[in-house]
Design a protein around this ligand. Sequence first.
Ligand code: ZN
Ligand code: ZN
Length: 336
Amino acid sequence: MWMGVDDLRIEWNGGVRIEYKDAKVVLDSKRSSIEDSVFFVSHGHFDHSAAFRIKNAKKYSSKETLEIVSNFFSIKNSFSLSLKEKTTIGEVEVIPHNSGHVLGSFEYEVRAPEGIILYTGDFNTEKTKTMKPAEPVQCDVLIVEATFGSPSFVFPKVDEIGEDMAEWAGRVLKRGRIPLFRADPLGNAQEIICIFNECDIPVIAHPRVALMNMVYERHGFRLRYIDEQSSEAEEIKRHGGFIYVAPKNIKISDAGFEDALVSGWALWSRRRGFPLSDHADFHRIIRFVEECDPKIVLTCHGGRFNETLARYIEQKMHIKAYPIDLIPTKFRKEKP
Ligand SMILES: [Zn+2]
Ligand SMILES: [Zn+2]
């Protein structure tokens, strides 16, 4: 519950659930059973797009996200939204903004008569090779993702990471081996391809990466890569001198490869890696909170960092903050 207003409820219920009178909106549901609500999906990563499994429910996302998930789900009863396009549900309005995370990723502004709520989904405030920065929105309640919500997460500049990757790949190629970048097929994979397109090193893309590349290309991105399943790939593989981009968990037994993880988690990994991330790091999250200037912050998607981030915001920024799944029930009485 929030702000002593009986009609407006915000809770964590397998996703972010916002209720105002008869309007029930669920953002990034992880469940597939709540059928009395309207679902909004922030982006195509699997941990955010489970609502597409609910066949009969009404679902909204960007056009790009719909195209991405149509590779995996039926998109019956799904509707696409453009940036800033308003959807009205009862007395509530939902408005998407760019979240800067991956192709088609949205934040959602939810406007109820008692105030404005902003849900970030996954977000990134840095300009990258494929994305514009997330847009801050002035709000009363900010529901912010806390994936990297601990002060120990500080990412270097995107360009510096790109230079490091290119340098490492150059050294591996000189040794006559193949640099293998393991990354999320949606988001980081396309960033890697852009980095190596700039230094003119051929890229072979795993089929799961190529599948996502095609959606980017349909939306105007120029990516130069060779689909691993093509005959051209066979030819290039015989000669070497390329990099390979593949999903993180794929098993590769070929001894000719040298592996590197591309993810914000590379900061904490003992494996070789590069902390190129499509999420905001700690300081960028804090700056975003300042820019949105909320009265209350609710943290989500961060596991134990939900608590770390909420405590920091409360102690250092003097804004009321809670992990969204731990909103206290006596919250209403605390209102001045
Ligand atoms: Zn994501
Ligand atoms: Zn996520």
